[in-house]
Design a protein around this ligand. Sequence first.
Ligand SMILES: [Zn+2]
Length: 196
Amino acid sequence: MFDKLVEYFLKFPGIGPRQAKRFAYFLSSADNEFVDELSKLIKEIKNNAVQCVSCRRYFENSKNDASNRCPICSSLNRNGALLMVVEKNLDLDNIEKTGIYNGKYFILGSALSLKNEKQNTLIFKELFNKAQKEKPAEVILATSATLEGENTARYIEKILEPLPVKVTRLGRGLSTGTELEYIDSETMDNALKNRK
Ligand SMILES: [Zn+2]
């Protein structure tokens, strides 16, 4: 059972074998109340977390909104002329935290790789349809500064070519390589101003 649990923790993003084992040992020694509460939370998050039909973000649908659109997509105060493409939920959270950006989003979902080509094609098609339907004036590509992120950005540029939309990339300014996960409001401000 211990090994089985380690196997599950290994599936978590960014968790290696040593950490996975550490978690399993931690749970073995934790008190009952902790484990009960944790298992309850895991079930609840699965029941309440919904993927937004518009931006693909996972959010807690506490209001039980039947449209399954997240608060950002359904907000009238967001600028629909700007559509930012990010890789992960976490990227969106961090950009929101800076409070600099007021447009809308589209989440690709984990780093895209050729391994999952079929799924990637579906996601790109969804992005194309969204851009075609919502007609933003500008799509801002905020993929990471890795080789994979660059390839993804180039691919999206190609896909959106037939549409009358300006496609830009987030400028990275002085902090080349800064991942969106660690971005602060000053860097975000610069990255937005320097987009091209
Ligand atoms: Zn949304």
